[in-house]
Design a protein around this ligand. Structure first.
Ligand SMILES: *[C@@H]1O[C@H](CO)[C@@H](O)[C@H](O)[C@H]1NC(C)=O
Length: 361
């Protein structure tokens, strides 16, 4: 668990700084995009991007054209059925131990959400926002997008057993989807840049449970996008809104964090699963706000939840909560539902889905 992490407090501050410096050096060594001129970038984009990323009717794939009913029919021309939008998910992902603890109650839950995604939603790609990627050394208004085709893992945790640092998670990135996301963000006046980065444990720990490579592989491109380097809920909500059109291409957006996440109180709660009072009260208040069916009201209530007296206890840092605001933004008018939760010590493990599953055929 997190125990050793918290007990070794000095390591908590010094080791992350070292890792961040190394990560920065690594990312600085691959400024691939900046070496290309704009026309080159555009050409590259066109070759990479499936047609569906641009909604230009002139380039509609032949298959769609040939199945268009002929206009000779005298009946009124009916609109084609609206493509359902892929749902948006929020995973409470737990620590790096989640993928090894098959007896933890969240384990079968994440497994079944993973199967729901691969077997019912059948996404064309997955875009993931994790609590563990806030770009460092940039202003609070810049987003980074992983545009690597081959993505390794970042073992961004300390004091765990050696085999935790050998975890794997096979995945393939998509430079074209990354570029598309950057252009969507630009349209919403969000500064974004592509770089090559590994997946952090906010992605691979939970994904190894939801999408185990052997039994339920995520066989579609996976692109990770950072949070803002801020705790601004409004900005994160707008970030989600900026990418919501991805859902129309059946791209599933997964935001990973925790609904209550207080590492400082782990020591107090040491070995006792009984929840801290705020783990229950804050998680419940959050549920009420997120499940508010009216999108405008949901936004207001989710902002109000952060002003509760228990909010800072539930999240001494807001990094694990901001992904839920991205999910709510990406949900647009679609309502959110808590599909499961558990209050455990200084944590809450709520799982959310926004939007509907496609109807079974
Ligand atoms: C697995 O999770 C359960 C529930 O939190 C906990 O009681 C148990 O100690 C965990 N096991 C390990 C090996 O961490």
């Amino acid at each position: 668990m997190f125990d050793t992490w918290v007990l070794r407090r000095p390591a908590f501050f010094i080791l992350p700084s070292i890792v961040i410096i190394v990560a920065l050096l690594m990312s600085a060594s691959s400024p691939a995009l900046s070496l290309l001129s704009l026309p080159q970038i555009l050409t590259k984009l066109k070759t990479f991007l499936p047609v569906s990323y641009f909604n230009t009717p002139t380039t509609a794939p032949l298959s769609t054209l040939s199945t268009t009913p002929s206009v000779s029919s005298t009946t009124t021309i009916s609109q084609p059925p609206k493509m359902p939008k892929a749902p948006v998910y929020f995973f409470s992902h737990g620590g790096p131990d989640v993928q090894y603890n098959t007896t933890h109650p969240v384990y079968p839950i994440l497994q079944s959400i993973g199967k729901e995604i691969t077997q019912k939603v059948k996404p064309s790609a997955v875009v993931v926002f994790s609590a563990h990627w806030q770009p460092e050394n940039v202003g609070p208004d810049e987003i980074h997008v992983n545009n690597a085709e081959k993505t390794d893992l970042i073992y961004d945790f300390y004091g765990f057993p050696p085999h935790f640092y050998k975890a794997t998670f096979p995945s393939t990135g998509s430079p074209s989807l990354a570029s598309h996301i950057i252009s969507l963000l630009a349209k919403s006046n969000i500064r974004a840049r592509g770089l090559s980065r590994g997946l952090d444990h906010g992605v691979f720990s939970g994904f190894n449970v939801a999408f185990p490579p052997a039994s339920n592989p995520l066989a579609v491109p996976l692109v990770q996008v950072s949070l803002f380097n801020s705790e601004n809920p409004q900005a994160h909500f707008l970030l989600g809104e900026a990418v919501q059109s991805l859902r129309e291409q059946n791209i599933v957006i997964i935001c990973t964090g925790m609904t209550v996440h207080n590492l400082r109180d782990m020591r107090l709660a040491f070995g006792q699963p009984q929840p801290m009072p705020y783990a229950v009260s804050f998680d419940n208040a959050l549920k009420e706000a997120v499940e508010q069916p009216d999108a405008e009201k949901r936004k207001e209530e989710m902002a109000r939840v952060l002003k509760r007296p228990d909010a800072r206890q539930a999240h001494p840092w807001m990094d694990h909560l901001m992904p839920l605001y991205i999910a709510a933004g990406a949900a647009g008018g679609d309502r959110g539902r808590q599909t499961w939760t558990m209050h455990e010590a200084s944590f809450a493990w709520a799982q959310y889905r926004f939007g509907e599953l496609p109807e079974e055929k």
